[in-house]
Design a protein around this ligand. Structure first.
Ligand SMILES: [Fe+2]
Ligand SMILES: [Fe+2]
Length: 420
């Protein structure tokens, strides 16, 4: 009686250990080896193996073996009849000597015998074949009892569930990878289309050629300097590329007017944010804020912008980013009625208008991008490419930027980086 109880305690211990082992997702191979070890150990079996079923090759591939000898095949193929019988049998130990009618045991007769295997347990989990367990005789050479068979079933089920879970995980990972690839290629197509579209918008405005493309790039730089994540940075670039899309409905002669436009023409031009929003909002963008950037990129922090005269926090953040990028480009490029302004003046202007037109931390982000490039901290020549080398090589700009970066009190501590 005491012996029986001890055996029971021992078996439960092994089962618990096996449960813990199979729920450990670290290394599948190790898990399988340990599981086999526990199963053999708990019943005093000298040799055995665990195989995983591959539905593509209709074969059993050994993933853990013990004491089966070098010559035991690592892969054993099944025919339809075997698979059918194993499914009917379910997760029940089969005596190999009693199952010789099945093709599997005929084909591998010699290998099984040479390895000294006695028992075969098909791992059938939720009516699906996931593998098999092979077992040799008990070390005592006593026949397997009904209790032994039950223990074998319980432990084999644990192993089968572990394999089944592993298969599901692999399937999920494959799907996730496929989706990621599909999403990446869609995103690339979208971004390429947007860039092409920005170039098309810019063609309409011959004096400010390249404006949308540059605003896209400045918005991207600002977003990067603000520490945004990759997708948000892409979104900022797209918002910049498309901010003036509403201009495609404004008459060419107004856009291209080589003089300061009058009030009527100005009213016409000022419709472009609203029109842009109408064009962009029915489209499902990967970055939700794109239409908002088009609508509100002419709003000002002090509420004196258009079309809605929103104040600071009412203005979507992305629109504030595009607003700074847009103004920066307007100041640094030649317009039909005025030449571009020198770097120093532009810095002063942006600083003066912090809290009036611009959000201070966004201006700081732009300054930081320039400063880091001019001092060589950032090796990318993004501003130089957009503004021309000479423009960026004004010595006086560096101290101005440094002072601006240290002087302005930023509104968000997250975006503030002190510069020496
Ligand atoms: Fe605009
Ligand atoms: Fe613009």
């Amino acid at each position: 009686m005491a012996e029986e109880r001890n055996r029971l305690v021992h078996t439960f211990g092994a089962l618990a250990e096996l449960g813990q082992e199979v729920s450990n997702k670290q290394n599948f191979q190790d898990t399988m080896r340990t599981s086999l070890h526990l199963l053999l150990g708990s019943l005093g079996i000298m040799r055995g193996g665990v195989a995983r079923y591959s539905q593509f090759g209709h074969e059993l591939n050994m993933i853990a073996v013990r004491g089966l000898g070098e010559s035991f095949p690592l892969s054993l193929s099944l025919c339809t009849e075997d698979e059918r019988q194993f499914l009917i049998n379910g997760l029940q130990p089969i005596e190999i000597s009693q199952a010789k009618v099945l093709p599997f045991f005929q084909v591998y007769d010699q290998s099984l015998e040479r390895a000294g295997l006695e028992m075969y347990v098909p791992l059938i989990i939720r009516d699906e074949s996931v593998g098999a367990v092979f077992l040799g005789p008990k070390a005592t050479n006593e026949p397997y009892t009904t209790d032994d068979r039950e223990i074998i079933c319980a432990m084999a089920r644990h192993i089968g569930v572990a394999i089944s879970q592993r298969n599901m995980m692999a399937e999920l990972e494959r799907h996730a990878n496929e989706n990621r690839k599909l999403y990446d290629s869609l995103r690339m197509t979208y971004n390429d289309t947007v860039r092409a579209f920005a170039a098309a918008i810019d063609r309409k405005d011959k004096y400010t050629e390249g404006h949308s493309v540059r605003v896209g790039k400045y918005s991207e730089i600002i977003a990067e300097e603000l520490g945004w994540k990759e997708l948000e940075i892409e979104g900022a670039a797209v918002a910049g590329y498309l901010h003036d899309v509403g201009k495609i409905t404004v008459e060419r002669k107004i856009i291209n007017a080589p003089y300061r436009i009058n009030a009527k023409e100005s009213a016409e031009l000022n419709k472009h944010p609203g029109v842009g929003y109408e064009i962009l909002s029915p489209i499902e963008h990967p970055y939700a804020e794109v239409p908002l950037a088009a609508k509100y990129h002419h709003e000002r922090i002090d509420g004196r912008g258009y079309p809605d005269g929103l104040y600071d926090r009412e203005i979507p953040y992305i629109a504030k980013v595009v607003n700074v990028a847009d103004s920066f480009d307007a100041m640094t490029t030649d317009r039909p009625y005025k030449r571009r302004r020198p770097g120093g003046e532009v810095i002063e202007d942006l600083q003066r208008n912090c809290g009036k037109q611009f959000a201070p931390e966004i201006v700081q982000a732009l300054f930081r991008g320039m400063y880091n490039e001019m001092t060589g901290k950032n090796k990318e020549r993004r501003f130089r490419k957009l503004l021309g080398r000479e423009y960026m090589e004004t010595e006086s700009m560096i101290p101005m930027l440094r002072a601006a970066l240290n002087g302005n009190s930023p509104t968000s501590p997250l975006t503030y980086i002190a510069v020496d």
